[in-house]
Design a protein around this ligand. Structure first.
Ligand SMILES: [Fe+2]
Ligand SMILES: [Fe+2]
Length: 183
């Protein structure tokens, strides 16, 4: 019973916060296969998908630079191991950026050269925590992108993004395990 009340509590709180009506809340949060508005809503077309892929590309460019910078800054006895891990992950992100850019060009778009803001961190724990958050965001975004590409018949794009998502999952798992070693 308490669960039912907390479910409705969260629902009402979200509605008040975002100024939703019952109808739009249910449509956006409960209906299956929903696509959130900030991910293009249901008005998807090829041009909108190119914009979303460029948004993803800017995240990959951020990750390349951020992980490299973290790899340079890491100090202490674990430096060789952590430096190499971060450098390897940065190379994976480079591969992702290339795949997205090639897809964007093939679809008639222009790949962005602007990374999202690089997040600096002072301690190893902060670096790994920041990097893990970036991977978790990428996992969420790519999960949405796979559905969106499928929805407009871009099956190849969807499969390419599926492979990228698998890499991001490995990266997130790596950061989780490295964080366990930190005190
Ligand atoms: Fe990536
Ligand atoms: Fe990643």
């Amino acid at each position: 019973m308490a669960g039912v009340f907390s479910f409705f509590g969260i629902m009402i709180f979200t509605m008040l916060l975002r100024g939703y009506s019952w109808h739009s809340y249910i449509r956006e949060n409960i209906c299956l296969n929903r696509i959130p508005k900030h991910h293009g809503g249901n008005n998807l077309n090829e041009k909108r998908l190119i914009d979303l892929l460029n948004y993803d590309l800017s995240g990959e460019l951020q990750a390349i630079i951020q992980y490299l910078q973290h790899s340079y800054l890491i100090a202490g006895v674990n430096r060789p191991q952590l430096h190499d891990v971060l450098e390897e992950i940065s190379k994976d992100e480079m591969k992702h950026a290339e795949e997205l850019a090639e897809r964007i060009v093939a679809m008639g778009g222009k790949p962005t050269i602007k990374p999202r803001p690089i997040i600096e961190a002072k301690t190893i724990k902060d670096m790994l925590t920041t990097d893990l958050k970036g991977e978790q965001l990428a996992l969420k975004d790519y999960a949405a992108r796979i559905k969106q590409a499928e929805q407009i018949g871009e099956i190849g794009t969807s499969l390419i993004i599926e492979n990228i998502l698998v890499d991001e999952q490995h990266h997130a798992d790596t950061f989780v395990m490295l964080l366990r070693q930190q005190k």
